[in-house]
Ligand binder design. Structure first.
Ligand code: GLA
Length: 673
């Protein structure tokens, strides 16, 4: 992973505040002349950001490109109103880096770039305000901002810059960390807090020091939100790694002081719609600021549908202000629950893994009181059910089922929740019938009546039930199990194919209810007998943190085919797989193979960087694992006994320090069958 720009390394300055004089508003104050003790000015910040800020910021879609300009900002404000986003709660329209000229004027004032903002910032603020919206701006707690063009930062100019922002009508400041000259972060961020207060204008203060100084420990009386991580990028692995860093910080969030896992990437194109729905669901369950990071002027209806889901937004904006906490996490099955002011819980069932998995919890595990039954509302389907206490779903790869569960006495108004599932992995060889078993389970307190189930496959496939596909009644906890004989036509190429499981039933009051579970079946090819290079075999699934999995070259990082010869500790290998953590590559072994061997390590292509760990799994059991390997170490030989396994997986994790530079090689990887 590359860094967009270099940063001044932080140096801790010992001691508390340097005593200084309170400067008159409007005058530039040296950075070290911060006032001591509580500021004498009334706390205009009181009541700010009582729920996580919602709005837009241009950075994720434009960076410093020319399309970041007055037209864009006005266009976004127009769309906030026209598309109902304002009504859904989005308020702030925020400008990121590159809005200014590189030099201050003769009076030391900031000058808006006249090409991007011909009318100045005041005009943009007026436009945005006239729509009932608010304007945000950006600068750095350093001598320059983060962009290499070197726009002026506010270090040493806090009071005059804050005054200028207030005069323009700015309502929100994102205060970055680049070029900070090693000045203590608490001091730098407090000085700007005091400068903002001194303006007398309520300005939401967003601390952006990337979590380097653990602001969750000291910034709750400094700003209303603080970034907890480095920058997000528009990729699954970036979103996931930020999620994992932000989740444990839940105890530190609350009204007026939020953890900020960075802005949304929804709509930017680097993730699937399913992944964007997970991103939005998880940010909401974490009570994260919801700052849209895509150019809404070009956004699809699917993007608007995600961003404007009011039931999901209500989870984020719940006035109790709790950040959801992890209830359980195992093998990529995450349960995250958020206490809501009405006593209900928002529950995210998030599947990090690359295949559908059942994720389950209970009403009591998410903190609800004992009750006969609960109302369970699906916030993406917009439908309500009753449950006797089990909260469960088969969740597709990378998807999130987001529910709101309450101990609500009116649970019986809703039909029973019915869970659809499939036992075992849907793997089949072309022209060879395979048996699959579907399950339909009543999770409700009330019975499901006239239950029926169907399974359909692609055109040309035959799918036949081998046992009952209907039941007159399913009572609480009961399952209808149906066997299916599924055959793919001869010559079907190896790959993934969609199957659909559908049910219908009647609630006790006769209401018809339907359910659908999309499934992925894999047509597989039995590996040849003898020893093969894994790089020559088709895989069942393959994920890599950056760029695709490469055959017989290193990962390279971005595009397919950009790798180099696999090289570990100076030794070059002709064959193998090159991946980037987090990675998971699975192969069908059809219970016909015995052994995998490989020489594994961090590839030399990123210099002396990267730490990873390797493991091999046979049908879910770990059969070989290395410790953490660094770039300084030679290749480590691994051997795994995979006798009897249907599927084997080659997994690479990040060594516990994030995925940066984690280029991992499965050199010389061979399978014996
Ligand atoms: C830093 C911040 C980003 C963005 C850029 C602008 O990287 O963390 O969010 O503001 O600077 O240069």
């Amino acid at each position: 992973m590359r860094h967009p720009h270099s940063r001044t390394t932080r140096r801790r300055v010992a001691g508390a505040f340097t005593a200084g004089l309170l400067c008159a508003a409007g005058l530039a104050a040296p950075a070290l002349a911060a006032p001591t003790g509580p500021p004498a000015i009334p706390a205009v910040t009181e009541g700010l950001a009582l729920t996580p800020p919602m709005g837009f910021n241009n950075w994720n879609s434009t960076h410093c490109r020319a399309e970041f300009n007055e037209d864009m900002v006005k266009g976004i404000a127009d769309l906030f109103v026209a598309k109902g986003l304002k009504d859904a709660g989005y308020r702030y329209v925020n400008l990121d880096d590159c809005w200014a000229l590189p030099h201050r004027d003769a009076n030391g004032e900031l000058v808006p770039d006249p090409v991007r903002f011909p009318g100045g910032i005041r005009a943009v603020a007026d436009y945005v305000h006239a729509k009932g919206l608010k304007l945000g701006i950006y600068t750095s707690a350093g001598t320059k901002t983060c962009n290499s063009a070197g726009f002026p930062g506010a270090l040493g100019h806090e009071y005059s810059d804050a005054r200028q922002f207030a005069d323009w009508g700015v309502d929100y400041l994102k205060y970055d960390n680049c070029n900070n000259q090693g000045v203590d972060a608490r001091q730098r961020y407090r000085t700007m807090r005091d400068a903002l207060r001194a303006t007398g204008r309520p300005i939401v203060y967003s601390i952006c020091e990337w979590g380097e100084n653990k602001p969750w420990e000291w910034a709750s009386d400094v700003g209303q939100l603080w970034r907890t991580t480095g920058d997000i990028s528009d990729s699954w692995s970036s979103m996931l790694s930020i999620l994992k860093q932000n989740l444990p910080l839940a105890p530190h969030a609350g009204p007026g002081h939020w953890n900020d896992p960075d802005m949304l990437e929804v709509g930017n194109g680097g993730m699937t719609e399913t992944e964007y729905r997970s991103h939005f669901s998880l940010w909401s369950v974490m009570a994260a600021p919801l700052l849209i990071g895509t150019d809404l002027r070009k956004a699809s209806q699917a993007t608007f549908d995600i961003l404007a889901n009011e039931e999901v937004i209500a989870v984020d904006q719940d006035p109790l202000g709790r950040q959801g906490a992890v209830v359980s996490a195992a093998d990529g099955r995450w349960v995250v629950a958020k206490e809501m002011r009405d006593g209900s819980r928002a529950v995210a069932l998030f599947n990090e893994s690359g295949t559908a998995q059942r994720i389950a919890t209970t009403a009591s595990a998410v903190g609800l009181p004992d009750a006969d039954a609960y109302t369970l509302r699906d916030l993406w389907q917009h439908r309500g059910y009753n449950t006797a206490g089990t909260i469960a779903a088969t969740v597709p790869a990378h998807a999130t089922v987001l529910l709101r569960v309450s101990a609500d006495p009116r649970w019986a108004d809703h039909p029973p929740a019915v869970e659809l599932g499939l036992d075992g992995d849907p793997l089949l060889e072309a022209a060879t019938p395979a048996t699959l078993t579907s399950t339909v389970t009543d999770l409700g307190r009330t019975p499901a009546r006239r239950v029926s189930v169907t399974l359909t496959g692609p055109a040309g496939w035959t799918v036949r039930a081998t046992s009952a596909a209907s039941a007159a009644t399913l009572s609480t906890g009961r399952t209808l199990r149906t066997g299916w004989r599924v055959t793919a036509p001869p010559g079907t190429p190896a790959g993934s194919y969609g199957l659909t499981l559908r049910t219908s039933h009647r609630s006790p009051s006769g209401t018809p209810v339907t359910g659908t579970l999309p499934l992925t079946a894999s047509v597989v090819v039995r590996p040849p007998s003898g020893t093969s290079y894994l790089g020559d075999l088709p895989w069942l699934s393959a994920t890599s943190g950056w760029g695709p999995v490469e055959r017989d070259t290193s990962n390279g990082e971005s595009d397919a085919g950009d790798g180099r010869p696999l090289t570990i500790g100076g030794t070059v290998y002709a064959r193998g797989l090159g991946v980037h953590a987090l990675s998971d590559v699975s192969f069908y072994t059809g219970r016909a193979c015995e052994k995998i061997t490989a020489s594994v390590g961090v590839d030399d292509e990123k210099g002396a960087k990267g730490t990873v760990a390797f493991e091999i799994r046979a049908d879910g059991t770990r059969v070989a694992a290395t410790g953490v390997l660094t770039n300084a170490m030679p290749a480590e030989p691994v051997t795994a006994d995979v006798t009897g396994a249907q599927v084997v997986r080659l997994v690479v994790t990040d060594g516990g320090d994030g995925v940066d530079s984690d280029h991992a090689d499965w050199a010389d990887a061979r399978l014996s069958c």
